[in-house]
Design a protein around this ligand. Structure first.
Ligand SMILES: [Ca+2]
Ligand SMILES: [Ca+2]
Length: 251
């Protein structure tokens, strides 16, 4: 990436991560966040144990997913005046003894992507994303961005703050999560720009060993999920919670 691109990447991250320690409306000590600490207004998602195996293939036809309701529709922010008519984006989350499973589905009338190598800056084109702050300390995050070519950008940001030098950005992205599995399913045609597509789905598996934290029932992780897209020259961000993080409550 060029220096300019890296600076832009840092800005994108700053916007998407919204790295102020808003932390779902709760005060965030060093220890794990407890349900009792959450504000009644916090956006929450009950993360249930998966009843059965989940195959990471981009398809949500595994029986386990039936027990996971979709979240609210993601909120859209954009400076683009004329919006695409297909933007609805939602998520589902499950877990088992070893991993977190996240499904992100988005409507999309134009599925395209060119970045094809791991850690390419997929957020400059089109991506679905998940950010996890498992310790809830407002400083350390794991980010997973995947485009319709199933190219993964994974990163670990430590130390908080919104300022990110090129060197720091490279350091964040150098982190590769062990055992991360990801797959996309396209309901449409990739890189055929003159037809109308329906949408695409990301299925993501994050082993707890990869991020060094294993949840217990009652634990809360701070999570943001979203979609980045570009339309008529402008950026559109859809996110589960407008700023900061929502609460993933392990049941
Ligand atoms: Ca599946
Ligand atoms: Ca990486």
């Amino acid at each position: 990436m060029t220096a300019t691109a890296q600076k832009s990447a840092a800005l994108v991250l700053a916007v998407v991560l919204a790295v102020a320690a808003i932390a779902a409306g709760c005060s965030v000590p060093e220890a794990r966040v407890g349900v009792a600490a959450l504000s009644p207004n916090s956006l929450k998602y009950d993360c249930r144990p998966a009843k059965g195996a989940i195959t990471i293939d981009g398809l949500l036809d595994d029986p386990a997913w039936q027990d996971a309701p979709f979240s609210e529709d993601f909120l859209v922010s954009s400076a683009v005046r004329i919006m695409p008519d297909k933007l609805r984006t939602r998520m589902k989350v499950l877990y088992d003894d070893d991993s977190l499973y996240v499904a992100l589905h988005t409507e999309d009338s134009d599925i395209w992507a060119t970045y094809a190598t791991r850690d390419d800056p997929v957020m400059y084109e089109k991506a679905l994303l998940l950010n996890i702050d498992p310790l809830g300390n407002g400083r350390d995050y794991y980010g997973f961005y995947v485009n319709p070519l199933n190219t993964l950008l994974d990163l670990k940001q430590t130390g908080g703050g919104v300022e990110m030098s090129n060197r720091r950005w490279r350091k964040c992205v150098e982190w590769n999560g062990n055992g991360i599995e990801h797959a996309v399913h396209l309901d449409g045609t990739l890189n055929k720009r003159d037809d109308i597509d329906n949408g695409w789905t990301l299925e993501l598996k994050v082993p707890f060993d990869a991020i060094g934290v294993r949840p217990a029932p009652g634990d809360v992780w701070l999570v943001q999920a979203g979609r980045i897209d570009y339309w008529l020259g402008g950026k559109i961000i859809s996110s589960w919670i407008k700023t900061g993080f929502g609460a993933l409550i392990f049941r």
